[in-house]
Ligand binder design. Structure first.
Ligand code: DP6
Length: 363
């Protein structure tokens, strides 16, 4: 498929006003997207667990303007309160997707959004937020035509649009494992949108647990977008993109067989490679905090002492995602409360697990 497949046919129906609502999950990458080109296209394939507990619910209300303006007309309400802070990101998103959603300047929008996770938790809400908004807009677009998209094409289009809002958002529509980015061994994977990992997945990975340790809830000093851009002249970029491709190839049989040792070595290698890219870019930066390292060392020690299969991954921040099979839940819960919780800011953490993706909400 190409970008052109997402261009709409001329609209045949008009709608005065309406409202749609979607709930989208967050996701945590096992193989990381870090580096992009063109319009939000990834330099390497990535794969993520879709999370269940951390999600965004968005309701989009729309009403036709008397005359289409030259600007986008929207207001954002975050948890019931009008918020200006999301406006620049949404304006940029509308600009990028207008070709595919040519009705945007003809309507006034109210975007009501809320998260199940605390806003200032340091957890990126852009993946769940952008995918929920993209799903709402895809549903609105369907109202202007009698030719309805198949459910597969609907999700592809929404994922394609979500990607233009935030790359990782295109992996936040389905579950439990979503791939984004072309790979020679995964013929269904595309740079344009996320798709469900198409091969057999061992049951152990269908109920994987993720406890997110909130090490630092402050604003990140360097945004993901800036970090991605620093991969452009990065001395190790080429090797990093090759490494992600190799790790993806190795992960396919691991996901099938349930080889947890293999899983651990790839997932932790990816997390540390992502942060290594940050530390070796120019300018260089460090998003891990001392407590991030404390937690990593404790996890390694615990694994060595108990034979547990617990492991960690990191996103672009100081928080640690502690990953483990559901069979170890009790043991790892104890370990977290006894040994790791004290390294979290105000002792905060969020218990999550893999989920199946976004859902439409009847309003
Ligand atoms: C480290 O998707 O937040 O979480 O496309 O600029 O919005 P933009 O970046 P974003 O980057 C996510 C980076 C990551 C790895 C990943 O989720 O694959």
């Amino acid at each position: 498929m190409t970008e052109n497949d997402f261009l709409p046919k001329p609209y045949t129906t008009t709608v005065e006003n309406g409202a749609v609502s979607w709930q989208s999950p967050s996701n945590i990458a096992l193989i990381k997207y870090w580096g992009k080109y063109g319009e939000q296209l990834p330099q390497n394939p990535s794969i993520s667990f879709t999370l269940d507990a951390c999600h965004t619910k968005t309701t989009l209300r729309f009403s036709k303007k008397n005359t289409p303006g030259s600007n986008y007309d929207f207001e954002v309400f975050f948890e019931g309160v009008k918020s200006e802070s999301f406006a620049p990101k949404i304006e940029k998103f509308f600009n990028r997707v207008e070709t595919y959603l040519p009705f945007l300047k003809h309507y006034r929008f109210e975007i009501h959004t809320e998260n199940t996770f605390p806003h200032s938790s340091g957890i990126a809400s852009s993946a769940s937020g952008m995918s929920a908004l993209a799903l709402c807009l895809t549903e609105v677009a369907q109202m202007f035509t009698t030719e309805k998209l198949s459910s597969e094409m609907f999700l592809r289009k929404a994922s394609f649009l979500a990607r233009l809002g935030s790359g990782s958002a295109c992996r936040s529509l389905e579950g439990p494992l979503v791939v984004w980015g072309a790979h020679p061994k995964i013929s269904t994977a595309s740079n344009l949108f996320g798709t469900v990992f198409p091969f057999e997945v061992h049951p152990v990975f269908q109920s994987y647990q993720d406890t997110i340790l909130l090490v630092d809830k402050g604003e990140k000093q360097v945004s993901s977008t800036v970090g991605h851009n620093l991969m452009h002249n990065h001395p190790y970029a080429k090797q990093r993109f090759r490494q992600a491709n190799d790790n993806m190839e190795k992960l396919i049989p691991i996901l099938k067989s349930g080889d947890l040792n293999g899983f651990i070595s790839i997932v932790e290698n990816e997390a540390l490679s992502l942060h290594a890219m940050m530390m070796t870019s120019m300018p260089y930066f460090i998003l891990m905090k001392p407590n991030t390292l404390e937690i990593i060392n404790r996890i390694w020690k615990f694994r060595e002492q108990t034979g547990s299969k617990v492991c960690f991954t990191l996103d672009a921040g100081a928080n640690v995602h502690v990953l483990y099979p559901i069979s170890e839940k009790e043991q790892v819960d104890h370990f977290i409360t006894n040994e790791l919780q004290s390294f979290c800011q105000n002792g905060n953490y969020i218990i999550d697990h893999t989920g199946l993706g976004a859902t439409r909400i009847e309003i």
